[in-house]
Design a protein around this ligand. Sequence first.
Ligand SMILES: C[S@@+](CC[C@H](N)C(=O)[O-])C[C@H]1O[C@@H](n2cnc3c(N)ncnc32)[C@H](O)[C@@H]1O
Length: 221
Amino acid sequence: MAGRRSLLSPAALDDYIRDHTRAPDTVERAQHAATAELGGVATMRIDHEQAVLTTLLTQLAAPAVAVEVGTFTGASAMAIARGLPPDATLHCFDRSVDWTDVAQDFWEQAGVADRIRLHLGPADQGLAELPDEPHVGLAFIDADKPGYVGYHDAIVPRLVPGGLLLVDNVLWSGDVVDPEVDDDDTRAIRAYNDHAADDDRLEGVILPIGDGLFVLRRTDD
Ligand SMILES: C[S@@+](CC[C@H](N)C(=O)[O-])C[C@H]1O[C@@H](n2cnc3c(N)ncnc32)[C@H](O)[C@@H]1O
């Protein structure tokens, strides 16, 4: 999931990158610690460097409406919300009450709760209820991997021209290029990457940050 390490950079380079990236603030550190207490699932959280990049991209996109699929304990939503212009809204879709309860606590502490609307339940159903027209300036996908193509197909027609789509875990710890790996999630990620790369409405690039982040921009209008 989000925290799977792709082993794309040696530990010394990870440390160097961290030393040259804005440090996490008190709320982000506390959110990280609270998530770590959940045990192994904590690896699903995006790391700090990806959070910084997410805030920067949100500031550049300046969306009036943003969408997140897969919220967990709220790290990526907090990163998006911190980059939103005034009066913008972030719609978060997740089916876990327990994990998003943690998220809401930290959104309050970060002073961004008023910008976030949490939709609990299956993300495909929630996305289908969004207005069926281009209005989303930035979207982030980070939920169940077999759902990625469906989430993409629900979101892309709703992206405004120039809108950004960010998709997490697309290198899947490097398993996408390992011919020995053929499980459901890996096949789903490979199929998604082919789907995104073939989508003529978008142009994009995979960044080797975290577990691989596909950054796509809607170019048609
Ligand atoms: C990788 S975690 C998200 C991590 C989060 N973006 C962060 O940075 O902390 C995936 C989340 O997707 C949610 N999820 C998985 N399948 C889902 C579905 N079909 N509908 C809604 N939420 C789903 C899980 O409950 C989990 O919180």
